[in-house]
Design a protein around this ligand. Structure first.
Ligand SMILES: Cc1cc2nc3c(=O)[nH]c(=O)nc-3n(C[C@H](O)[C@H](O)[C@H](O)COP(=O)(O)O)c2cc1C
Length: 181
């Protein structure tokens, strides 16, 4: 099971494991098979710190935990291809963002399988990230994922036997589903 991890150990993440997560992300479905994603893996400590620092400020500090994560994944997109763009406009459905969300979850589920913790980060300063990573102006930063081994007693029970984890806060099934009319 995946859950957001906001406390990481300093243990570096093996690139082989990162590649497995990227492969799972690569295989994600997307509208018109547009695959609108590009992944920048930031595991260089100085660069990673610059990216982490772009996710919080003095006023909004809830993402400070990203400083601990040994890796940050930056998911960017190119301008949308014509057919999915027109489809999005006609249907009022943001296909590109759906695609990004699905690939990000593929990544995170594979990471959980590999014993790694992740947290999707949607609150960040795009300008700072683009400057730190020298990203071209056409690329849009869509979502970040912090990645690393969970700090002791903060990960999935599978990886930390005996540990108690907080219950997930979710709406009940009754509130979010119905069958037919
Ligand atoms: C699009 C998106 C953006 C998110 N952005 C942040 C974020 O900036 N900071 C953070 O701590 N968590 C962020 N989260 C994680 C959610 O808070 C978390 O998934 C939710 O509370 C449910 O908890 P769980 O992931 O442990 O099941 C984000 C999740 C999603 C899907």
């Amino acid at each position: 099971m995946r859950r957001s991890c906001r406390a990481y150990s300093a243990k570096p993440v093996e690139r082989g494991k990162i590649e497995r997560c990227l492969e799972a992300a690569r295989l994600a479905p997307s509208a018109c098979n547009a695959q609108p994603w590009y992944f920048v893996v930031v595991d260089d400590p100085a660069l990673k710190e610059a990216v982490a620092k772009a996710t919080f400020s003095q006023i909004v500090g809830f993402n400070k935990f990203t400083l601990q994560a040994p890796v940050m994944i930056v998911i960017t997109s190119e301008p949308q291809k014509l057919i999915p763009f027109v489809g999005s406009q006609l249907k009022g459905i943001p296909y590109r963002l759906l695609d990004i969300g699905i690939t990000a979850e593929h990544f995170c589920l594979q990471a959980a399988e590999a014993g790694l913790g992740t947290c999707m980060i949607g609150w960040f300063n795009e300008r700072k990230i683009k400057a730190a990573l020298k990203l071209p102006g056409t690329r849009k930063v869509e979502l970040l994922i912090s990645l690393g081994y969970a700090a002791e007693n903060r990960g999935h029970p599978q990886n930390h036997p005996g540990q108690k984890t907080a219950p997930k806060h979710r709406k009940s099934l009754e509130r979010i589903r119905r069958y037919n009319i």
